[in-house]
Design a protein around this ligand. Structure first.
Ligand code: CP
Length: 320
């Protein structure tokens, strides 16, 4: 039974018909807004210290992470438990993958134990799509290489919407390692669908002019775009995905692209600073800005829990 405090959530919307969440590219603006609206309800309930919502009682969610994670894995696990589901954490390092079992066979064997949702992170783009084609349960993309990270995009957009009231008409700049960032792609799809103007900005080795084909503005100089930006999303330099260093030194990168006190002074007075995390302190952002009043970095993490509860409920909730 849904708690009275969650009556605001309502029944599972008839307009939501998806079984998987693989990316924001495939979602309509209305579907993104629906997830954000439901996440807002969960967030308010969590703020009232409600921690148990038996909406997924009897369901089982598996975290199938083949790449490291702190925020995504923990919050998916917590979100599923808050909704009353059983949670299984799969550890790639100690699994039978080392004996040559394929990812599909691994996932099918786990599904055979009676699983309702698989949350998957893998370094190869398209892995969640492959599992969605081969499994009967719901699949959620928790990051597929540099392709998409839909729940990160959703929690970023939810944070912007909560802080600024709406997304439409805002100028949002994604800074840094656009080339290797799944967060960048999910942000671009989601933000554009909700009517934001998106700028991708970074060194020429990490931001090709071809990104304009996605309908975004392209820039190399943070200092030039800064005065007209409402929201900055400071992407982590993904050293683990780079085969050659795309700039001469980390120090030079920080000189040109790190958000610091001096740049803050030249920004709009109400500029909002986001970062998907983990952050490299002193590289993408200085500690005083990361921990300062313009930053919503930890708020993003809080919103991640609410977003993942909304997504799990929409995909695996039981219709009356
Ligand atoms: N932002 C994000 O995906 O963080 P984790 O890698 O810690 O999950």
């Amino acid at each position: 039974m849904v708690t009275t405090e969650l009556a605001e959530l309502g029944p599972l919307p008839a307009t939501w018909t998806r079984r998987h969440l693989l990316g924001l590219e495939e979602l309509a603006a209305e579907e993104i807004t629906l997830i954000l609206d439901k996440a807002d309800v969960f967030k308010r309930a969590l703020e009232e210290r409600l921690t148990r919502f038996p909406l997924l009682s009897g369901k089982t969610c598996v975290n199938l992470f083949f790449e490291n994670s702190t925020r995504t894995r923990t919050s998916f696990g917590l979100a599923a438990r808050r909704l009353g589901a059983d949670v299984v954490d799969f550890s790639a390092a100690t699994s039978s993958l080392s004996k040559g079992e394929t990812v599909i066979d691994t996932a099918k064997n786990i599904e055979a134990m009676g699983v309702d949702v698989v949350v998957v992170r893998h370094r190869t783009p398209g892995t969640p799509h492959l599992l969605a084609q081969n499994l009967g349960c719901s699949v959620i993309n928790a990051g597929d290489g540099p392709h998409e990270h839909p729940t990160q995009g959703l929690l970023d957009i939810l944070t912007i919407r909560q802080r600024r009231g709406c997304v439409e008409g805002l100028t949002v700049a994604l800074i840094g390692d656009i080339a290797h960032s799944r967060t960048a792609r999910s942000n671009i799809w989601g933000l554009k669908k909700l009517g934001a103007h998106v700028i991708v900005c970074g060194p020429s080795t990490l931001v090709s002019p071809r990104w304009q084909e996605l309908g975004v503005e392209h820039a190399y100089s943070l200092d030039e775009i800064l005065p007209r930006v409402d929201v900055l999303n400071l992407l982590r330099i993904q050293f683990e995905r780079q085969y050659t260093r795309p700039f001469p030194s980390v120090r030079e990168y920080a000189l040109l692209y790190a958000m610091n006190r001096e740049r803050l002074a030249r920004s709009k007075p109400d500029i909002l600073i986001l970062a998907p995390g983990p952050i490299n302190r002193g590289v993408e952002v200085t500690p005083d800005v990361a921990d300062g009043p313009h930053s919503a970095i930890l708020e993003q993490v809080t919103n991640g829990l609410a977003v993942r509860m909304a997504v799990l409920w929409l995909l695996a909730g039981t219709r009356e």
